[in-house]
Design a protein around this ligand. Sequence first.
Ligand code: 0A1
Ligand code: ZN
Length: 891
Amino acid sequence: MADLAANQSGPGVVYLSDYTPPAYLIDQVDLHFDLDASATQVRTSLKVRRNPQNSQSNPALELDGDNLELLSLRLEGEPLDQSQYELGEDKLIIAPTESPLPEAFELIVETRINPAANTALEGLYDSGSMLCTQCEAQGFRRITYFPDRPDVMSRYTVTLVGDKSKYPVLLSNGNLVEAGETDDSRHWARWVDPSLKPSYLFALVAGQLVCQEDVYTTMSGREVVLRIYVEEENRHKCDHAMTSLKQAMRWDEETYGREYDLDIYMIVAVNDFNMGAMENKGLNIFNSSCVLASPETATDHDFYNIQSIVAHEYFHNWSGNRVTCRDWFQLSLKEGFTVFRDQEFSADLNSRAVKRIDDVNILRTHQFAQDAGPMAHPVRPDRYMEISNFYTVTVYNKGAEVVHMIMNLVGREGFRKGTDLYFARHDGQAVTIEDFVRAMEEANHIDLAQFMRWYNQAGTPVLKVDEEYDEQAQTYTLHIEQSCPPTPGQTEKAPFHIPLAVGLLDMQGDDLLLQLAGENAPGEARTRVLSITEARQSFTFTGVNHRPVASLGRGFSAPVKIQTGYDDEQLAFLFAHDSDEFNRWDAGQKLAMNILLRLIEQFQQKKPLILDDTFIHAFRKTLLNPRLDKALIAQALSLPSEGYIADQCEVVDVEAIFEVRHFMRQTLAFELKDEWLQIYEANSSDNPYAFSAEEMARRSLRNLCLGYLLETEEQAMFDRAMQQFSRANNMTDTLAALSMLANYAIPERHQALEDFYQKWQHDQQVVEKWLAIQAGSRLPRTLRHVKKLMQHEAFSIKNPNKVRALIGRFCAGNPINFHAADGSGYQFLGDQVLELDSLNPQIAARLVQSLSRWKRYDEKRQGLMKQQLERILDKEELSKDVYEIASKSLE
Ligand code: 0A1
Ligand code: ZN
């Protein structure tokens, strides 16, 4: 009999280096569900076979299980008695004593589960009028006993039996092959998925749903049925997702030569969901907030997001499903690559520069912060306690940047050659990040051995750049030094292979043709990608007859911090002239940051705050520049967020950051009042809503102006905002006005919030926005208000979207209130985490992260934050999810 002790010790750590191939493979899975909200019975038949890649002799068959009631077990038709298996907390181990397990056999397992009691929302659970599943990463083990690991790929047949009136629609992966009735009240459906898939891609949905249907003709001329299933009241909110799906299918054919493989593609919208969406084979399940949209209820941001998430899940069909991950350490293999693919898709369909700025903003504010804190981990972590904690900005967004860098190194065509080879070579396999990188190397005849460090070393590299101009020799040299700060468990870092895209601006602000020392003549290029591989390296440009200004890291060519020591004048010059739109924006942000940091010092020294005229002038020029894209103007004139400013400070001074940023906005508001008004008026429109780059740009610029105008706190401006709030024909403009008004203690605030709720109380997605706006208000009594809202009919602690909107927004998106000096925000967070831990550990663990960077604050706040972390760790039966984050935070 196998010894269970080794498998059952504590909230253990799983190591990448411990990977071994599974002892058994499962070729075929037949699942039979007798659906019932509180007692679903699952009969699973597994066709098991020894794995030739595992050399153990007579291994036991290890099955994972979590929260299951085992009803029966049969091997080759014979019931197993208790001496032939061992049942632990999270494992079922089959190891008959008399004879070894056969080379191949059938195992039938019956379990009972309770979807209604499943508040963790992993496995099979109850959401409103339906039953649905979430199996990534380890939810399938909450349905039946199974080797729940992605390198076990099987073919699935699923039979669903349920009450006709409660569950009129019965869905699973693949194709519907048969359906019928068992009696007057129950019916059934059988789905067969012809593809090989790991258990995390299994899905079922049963409920009262309606669907919108369309047809897509693939590049080889096959017809695919597309269906979006929603609850009746959301029937009118499917058009945008359907259009996005068809755009994504076409784009993947044109850009990567990837065609959809099944005859049907289904999306289901559910209200209770831990993440954004899930790429289950042929049956995507979406958080309703990431799929449903109408102009009256969704903002531009929602439309934009939905387009990219629908595409992301669709792209997974190749990058993730057909070629999947060998183990969960390889998560970025599918996620980094797929985020990269969805980013490119959005860039192609909308404004590329705006998309790049959005993506870099996310990376810099969230991922750089993660890299600098206790949860820092490499794009491919080498250990975890709870894999759900590793669905992070590092694995997703930095992972996408790493793929982006490969493209920068091999070029677009080379990249396509690499992906063609990767998909052809590994279709139907569960592989590693090395396999992906090897395909890129072999298709392009390059060596990416050093580049692999991006996957294995955590931390954000810093490039310190010094320049040297030799007037006589007409050379300009960049001396570049790279370093990377220590991160938990990694004190020393070896040099990274960094592609740095560089341009040189002459005195007029035009790009020079670039010629590196040793080259015969300047080429055509005005941007060159320098390959940095050493700790210290110099690059000399020749034929440079004036000291240029270097534009470094164009298009954000690598996820690094670049330190140049540029003064305000050089930054203002780049802000005005750089031909690279991303770097032009970036120069503006750096200029604003330098000013903010200087003002923070002034504030701390109790000196008067004065905003430099040149900055105001640069803002005016940008605002009034008719040649610039309006969306880029809006981005250029948005000051860095409080969170990002905090990351640039040695010790975070919450009040100083808040006050200085507010001072700067208010000064700009008064100084440029006429201009804000002029642009606000010039950009009004009565056109019906359109989701187009041009219209979105117009709205974003107009709402930026309104935001500044309100900072004057003049009644006329509040009236304007109220007018926009009540007259707008789309949610973008309505919500922009409402969220601005929510920051001022004026009667209009109350009225607008009240009217809004009255109008939208029956629409879940809109109510989430209403909660989030109030939780994000900078007004001093916000915490009290949030607590009151927790008692409101609109709130439920069991619904992740509501928790994210109210509690999450307050803790992670309202620094001045969350970090209140008396610790009330921290106490509130502690209370919520303790309550949520028993209900939904994934959501609780995400909340705790707001405490994890306590070392960055003053001593008093440090003490108060630590106190809450310790209090959380003291809870009995704390989930692994929360334990991992809280304990690492205190290390
Ligand atoms: N693979 C999904 C993300 C996801 C991960 C875990 C989930 O449940 C805990 C749900 C979704 C994606 O990248 O979209
Ligand atoms: Zn994904």
